[in-house]
Design a protein around this ligand. Structure first.
Ligand SMILES: [Zn+2]
Length: 259
């Protein structure tokens, strides 16, 4: 007699990148894969930490390629096999870069949640990880650019014209309001911004995503300053702090990195 309880579903192929991994049981690994078609999905890779584990490197943070996933009754699928296009090893092997990309993954997860496909955000994430791996860009630049562009793509595009009240000079930024204010209209919590940081934010608000890194500033401190504003903006809109951000900063400091 046919068992009607068992539905035979085919494995499906997902193009995506692993953005989170956690140990699961003694030998398994829980993965979050940011896929093109289904957004962030969860899958278990069984036996990946065992002695007989095969192809373990394919099922780790930042592996990008085609994953064959098998649906199961719950929300978590089983990772059957993977055909990897890039593992972004220069990031994985650099503790500071990896900490920063972990933070990017964190804010992406927080903004998007699971099961929401978003090719624009996936592309922003991939291009940023690519730049971290293969391009000589300061990490402070990648940080403010990704934070800002992620917010734009997620529906939180800041108003980068003048003071939201009077149209006057942009001298402060409100992380809660997502807009600038002048000295007469600033409110509590608004952060002072230099003209240079305002220029960076205006560039990012106006440029196509593919041009998001195609600019420079005379001093990398300007990226740090812009990043101090964009990280507050991410945090205010997400209504939470990110431990991965503090971790990145402490690791960068321990390594003596000027980022
Ligand atoms: Zn004003």
């Amino acid at each position: 007699m046919k068992d009607l309880m068992v539905i035979n579903m085919d494995d499906q192929l997902y193009r995506g990148i692993i953005i989170r991994q956690n140990n699961y049981g003694d030998a398994h690994r829980m993965l979050s894969v940011f896929t093109e078609t289904d957004g962030i999905v969860k899958a278990v890779r069984y036996g990946v930490r065992g002695k007989k584990a095969s192809n373990a490197a394919a099922f780790q943070m930042l592996s990008y390629g085609d994953f064959r996933l098998r649906p199961s009754r719950g929300e978590v699928m089983t990772a059957v096999s993977a055909d990897i296009i890039d593992g972004f090893f220069p990031v994985c092997e650099d503790i500071v870069k990896l900490a920063l990309v972990n933070y990017f993954a964190d804010i992406t997860y927080s903004l998007l949640g699971e099961g929401n496909p978003d090719r624009r955000i996936l592309s922003l994430f991939l291009n940023t990880v690519y730049a971290a791996a293969y391009r000589a860009e300061p990490l402070s630049k990648l940080k403010c650019v990704y934070e800002f562009k992620l917010m734009c793509a997620g529906g939180y595009m800041p108003d980068t014209s003048g003071c939201a009240e009077c149209g006057g000079a942009a001298q402060y930024f409100s992380p809660d309001g997502g807009c600038f204010s002048c000295s007469a209209h600033r409110r509590g919590g608004d952060m002072p911004v230099s003209a240079a940081a305002v220029s960076v934010m205006r560039y990012l608000a106006g440029c196509p995503d593919r041009r998001m890194l195609a600019f420079g500033v005379p001093d990398v401190k300007i990226y740090r300053e812009t990043g101090a504003v964009t990280e507050r903006y991410v945090s205010a809109q997400a209504d939470r702090e990110f431990a991965s951000l503090s971790y990145f900063k402490s690791v960068a400091e321990m390594q003596g990195d000027v980022w």
